[in-house]
Design a binder for this molecule. Structure first.
Ligand SMILES: N[C@@H](CCC(=O)N[C@@H](CS)C(=O)NCC(=O)O)C(=O)O
Length: 206
């Protein structure tokens, strides 16, 4: 399998960390959706990241769809989703909040750091900033780190990965939001997760 995309994308990083956590072998091609357009288009005409090329040569796009595929491919003992319904529902609710935070954080970064200042749309930026804060509050209210240091089970699951990955994205790309709007509980959780081997192996620079 080959994973395409840069680790500064929280979506790419969540897939890369999940692949490792699932003990699945993969190659990683760190192509940028902005700076490697031609190479990116050659593998993924839609120019989105992440993209996964399966061993059979099928192109999969969208982190959630890729992870659904990987869930079927991995050994059930390393599945990152709980089997029990209540636990699964809780996990899906956290993943939903964290993925919305990924969307909002990436949108904010694009608005303030990629769009020329004269073309920025203040109302939109304010709305997205508000959604980001609401999402962080929701997450803070809903998480409870257990005695093993995880959110839904006694080992690392998809909810842990995606929550940690978006917090790390905020810390590096939107440090002011991280400093002002991320609770101490979430910051502590982020540090704990980022210290794990599977995370340090897949770190990225600003
Ligand atoms: N819902 C998608 C979002 C992926 C996404 O937005 N990726 C960004 C990079 S962080 C991208 O490909 N941007 C280029 C584009 O949208 O054209 C997923 O979960 O994979």
């Amino acid at each position: 399998m080959k994973l395409i995309g840069m680790l500064d994308s929280p979506y790419v990083r969540r897939v890369a960390i999940s692949l490792k956590a699932m003990n699945l072998l993969f190659e990683h091609e760190a192509l940028s959706v902005f700076n490697d357009i031609e190479k990116m288009q050659a593998v993924n005409p839609l120019m989105k990241a992440p993209a996964l090329i399966t061993d059979e040569g099928t192109l999969l796009i969208d982190s959630t769809l890729i992870l659904e595929y990987l869930e079927r491919k991995c050994d059930p003992s390393v599945s990152l989703l709980p089997k029990e319904l209540n636990q699964f529902t809780y996990s899906q609710s956290l993943i939903g909040i964290a993925l919305t935070l990924c969307d909002k954080a990436v949108q904010l970064f694009m608005e303030y750091y990629r769009r020329p200042p004269e073309k920025q749309y203040q109302e939109w930026g304010d709305r997205v900033g508000r959604q980001l804060r609401i999402g962080l509050d929701l997450l803070d209210q809903q998480i409870k780190v257990n005695e093993a240091g995880y959110l839904v089970a006694q080992r690392m699951m998809q909810a842990d990965i995606v929550v940690a990955v978006v917090l790390n994205y905020l810390q590096k790309k939107l440090p002011q939001y991280y400093q002002d709007d991320v609770s101490d509980t979430l910051k502590a959780f982020s540090s704990m997760m980022e210290a794990k081997t599977v995370f340090t192996a897949l770190q990225w620079d600003k």
